[in-house]
Write a protein that binds this ligand. Structure first.
Ligand SMILES: O=c1nc2n(C[C@H](O)[C@H](O)[C@H](O)CO)c3cc(O)ccc3cc-2c(=O)[nH]1
Ligand SMILES: C[C@H]1O[C@@H](n2cnc3c(N)ncnc32)[C@H](O)[C@@H]1O
Ligand code: SF4
Length: 367
């Protein structure tokens, strides 16, 4: 819908050009997604806040030895999950730090005491526990994954996710957001996208806006995601997430992206990405529902009536009723979706293990 050259040229677009771009994006969105905007009713399980990376924007991670560094026990996980089930949640979002066993003695100890070598082995059992004891669907957001990890987690998760963040290698330099973060090396992130494609895992990815990337790098990241999707067809959604500055982090004083910058990025994402890819923007990181809906998004992502957004803990979720009201004010019907999009459900042999496929059928029948 837009060439890379045209997209690059929008760097200095004036407000009139941005308006035109948004109209185009919004029309394209309406054509393919109609008047529906979706969300997933979820619980957030921060399985561990120990992480071998230290991204300049992140408050989720807690340092080795910190009294707050933690891995949730199976009992703690199930307590949250059962609360969610009671409230009608259908997704269990496991979000966690990367490879804590490599740098935290306390993580190694916790895992060894329970017979595990790695956090991924533990995550596998937690997903299995959710499947065996509830009617919910696990979605795992565990950062970069090896081929072995992908093969292991595939049968026990409805979908997986990992933000690409950005393809810029420059952000790995000293003083930049991803300095000394081995799991944010763009080649490693792209490799995870490739591997999940190769193994037909319905996948959520996205870019983080305002972490020191240039406009061109942002476009390059969207194009990279789209190219991988063209090859494998497994990218179900792309999150366009705005950076929120947090006290106590290296980027505490870094400027957040402006509203206009976000709208321009949303619109260009809609015009670059394949029309089958859902475009998600979290509702708790902004206040401009109408502007967002009219820039091409069709999904609000996971929203929880039970748990906070542990990655942006200072940003409360809107009530689902209020999300419904605000969406309808803008002419869109809010509709609940599962952690796996319908197009994958219809190809069960390819994208879903039999256990997950029958679970999805049950949830659909109950809806
Ligand atoms: O509450 C959040 N949910 C996040 N989610 C969850 C997401 O909103 C939903 O779980 C998915 O749409 C699946 O239904 C992510 C999922 C991913 O796969 C990758 C990144 C994210 C990022 C966030 C996030 O920052 N906060
Ligand atoms: C789960 C995802 O949350 C995003 N994330 C991490 N920290 C922040 C922040 N300060 N603001 C916005 N998004 C953030 C990253 O993109 C990560 O991959
Ligand atoms: S964003 Fe993810 S990888 Fe980066 S420090 Fe936080 S938990 Fe670790």
């Amino acid at each position: 819908m837009i060439s890379v050259e045209q997209a690059y040229n929008l760097e200095h677009a004036d407000s009139h050009q941005i308006q035109l771009l948004r109209h185009q994006a919004s029309a394209l969105r309406d054509l393919h997604w109609g008047d529906v905007v979706t969300y997933s009713r979820k619980v957030f399980v921060p399985l561990t806040n120990m992480c071998r990376d230290t991204c300049g924007y992140c408050t989720f991670v807690k340092a080795p030895g910190s009294p707050e560094a933690n891995i949730m026990t199976p009992e703690e996980v199930m307590e949250v999950v059962y609360q969610g089930e009671k409230m009608g949640c259908k997704e269990v979002l496991f979000s966690l730090g990367e490879k804590p066993e490599k740098t935290y003695p306390e993580a190694r100890k916790f895992l060894a005491e329970r017979g595990y070598n790695t956090i991924i082995d533990y995550l596998y059992d937690m997903c299995l526990m959710v499947i065996e004891n509830t009617s919910m669907l696990p979605h795992v957001n565990a950062g970069t994954l090896s081929e072995q990890d992908v093969i292991k987690l595939r049968p026990v998760s409805a979908s997986m996710g990992m933000m690409l963040e950005n393809v810029s290698r420059r952000l790995m330099e000293q003083g930049e957001a991803h300095y000394a973060c081995p799991d944010k090396v763009p080649l490693q992130r792209l490799r995870t996208l490739e591997l999940t494609g190769k193994h037909n895992v319905p996948f959520t990815t996205g870019i983080l806006i305002g972490i020191g990337e240039t406009w061109q790098e942002r476009i390059d990241s969207l194009v990279a995601i789209n190219e991988i999707h063209k090859k494998y067809g497994h990218i179900q959604e792309v999150i366009i997430q705005n950076f929120k500055a947090k006290p106590g982090t290296a980027m505490a004083d870094a400027p957040e992206p402006s509203h206009e910058e976000m709208l321009k990025t949303l619109a260009v994402a809609r015009l670059i990405l394949d029309h089958t890819i859902s475009i998600q923007a979290p509702p708790n990181l902004q206040e401009y529902y109408r502007d967002y809906l009219h820039s091409g998004i069709n999904d609000w992502g996971g929203v929880s009536p039970v748990t906070i957004d542990h990655i942006n803990p200072e940003r409360a979720w809107p009530k689902i009723q209020s999300l419904e009201f605000k969406s309808s004010e803008c002419g869109y019907r809010l509709k609940e979706r599962l952690a796996i999009y319908p197009q994958y459900k219809n190809l069960p042999g390819k994208y879903l293990s039999s256990v997950i496929a029958s679970r999805v059928d049950d949830l659909d029948a109950a809806a």
